[in-house]
Design a protein around this ligand. Sequence first.
Ligand SMILES: Cc1cc2nc3c(=O)[nH]c(=O)nc-3n(C[C@H](O)[C@H](O)[C@H](O)COP(=O)(O)O)c2cc1C
Length: 178
Amino acid sequence: MRKSMLEQIQNRRSCRKFTSQPVGDDIKEQFIKAILWSPTSKNNRPWEFVFIENKQTLEQLSKCKPHGAAFLSGAPLAIVILGDPTKSDVWIEDCSIAAILVQMVAEDLGLGSTWIQIRRREHDENLSAGDYVKDIIKAPECLEVASIIAIGYKEREREPYADNALLHNRIHFEEFKK
Ligand SMILES: Cc1cc2nc3c(=O)[nH]c(=O)nc-3n(C[C@H](O)[C@H](O)[C@H](O)COP(=O)(O)O)c2cc1C
């Protein structure tokens, strides 16, 4: 039976180990629609997306920062998400919405994904992770790299979130109680 949206949100866990199965064109087409239909402030659509499947490029991108990106070398697909700060003062929000939507569409289609943070991360003491990535993908100077979403077929399923682990104490009704 088809899972509800809420069940899919519960089931989505970051996946960092993928099978070697490539992501088909039909699936990439659905990712493209999801990101291009994602809402943006004032409908500014200040984002750009770069789909990467070339193994050598994925290997280079996996070295974009010292921690948290190495697994990208084993991913069949990466989507680099960039924003143009001159087009919107809330490009970060717009890029983040596109990122989570593509992660949820991946989950819906039976694939796994992980968000790799690039904005405000360093490649080394002399170079930001964003400038390192921009150089590899030949991005225009005016753009900022927000994140990279690694996507592929899951090597193994992870446990969904348990209901009893929900942080209900973070939910407030009307006001914070003393
Ligand atoms: C804004 C953001 C940045 C993240 N950056 C990274 C990252 O650079 N590398 C990584 O492996 N995971 C990254 N993650 C994935 C988180 O580590 C993961 O979502 C979190 O541990 C919860 O696990 P789950 O995705 O399985 O629910 C990021 C997630 C978010 C939302």
